[in-house]
Design a protein around this ligand. Structure first.
Ligand code: PNS
Length: 177
């Protein structure tokens, strides 16, 4: 029987528990799931591509049919390259639907044989987004329970200037007696 390979494309800046919830659901219905991080030279992400990849790899290693990759350019071209026949996207609320439908239909126009599959994350994550996580963390709020502990630690390291720019204490100048 034909193996069904799906890609789960996104920015993942940063990875949230909502993304992980969807990856777990996707891993159960597809033979192989490729989490594909968009390399977008026009965007100025908080985390570098390497950092995002690192966190995703660490958090998905338990699912043996899940792997992490990066892509540039059109998603439909990347899908052909990795022989994917489906694209997984999450829909949290009706507000997501319009944008997701537009993107799915445009991708269908570009590549009619590529199917977009929408899945809903757990209700607890229906209000969660990477953008809000970044904003809350940047303004000093708690993001506990919204992202994996590893991501929380990395966010804190990135945003807390006292951790990032820790000054090396200058040696006291010795007074000559
Ligand atoms: O996590 P995001 O930012 O909502 O993901 C958006 C993403 C990466 C799925 C979308 O921007 C994308 O597929 N970009 C690649 C370029 C492309 O194919 N554009 C045409 C979309 S119809």
């Amino acid at each position: 029987m034909k193996k069904v390979i799906a890609i789960y494309p996104g920015s993942f800046d940063p990875l949230t528990n909502g993304h992980l919830d969807l990856i777990e659901r996707g891993s159960k219905i597809f033979d192989e799931l490729i989490v594909a991080i968009l390399r977008n030279p026009e965007k100025d992400p908080l985390f570098t591509l390497g950092e995002r990849r690192d966190m995703l790899e660490a958090m998905t290693e338990t699912w043996k049919n899940v792997r992490v990759d990066a892509f540039e350019g059109l998603m439909v071209d990347y899908a052909v390259k990795v022989k994917a026949s489906a694209v997984l996207r999450g829909i949290r609320a009706i507000s997501d639907y319009e944008y997701e439908l537009q993107m799915a239909l445009m991708n269908r126009k570009l590549s009619p044989e590529l199917e977009t599959v929408f899945m809903m994350p757990a209700e607890a994550y229906s209000y969660l987004s990477s953008r809000l996580v970044r904003e809350i963390a940047q303004l000093g709020g708690s993001i506990q329970g919204l992202v994996p502990d590893l991501v929380e630690r990395r966010l804190r390291q990135k945003l807390d200037p006292s951790l990032k720019f820790q000054e090396v204490p200058k040696p006291k100048s010795r007074k000559k007696s």
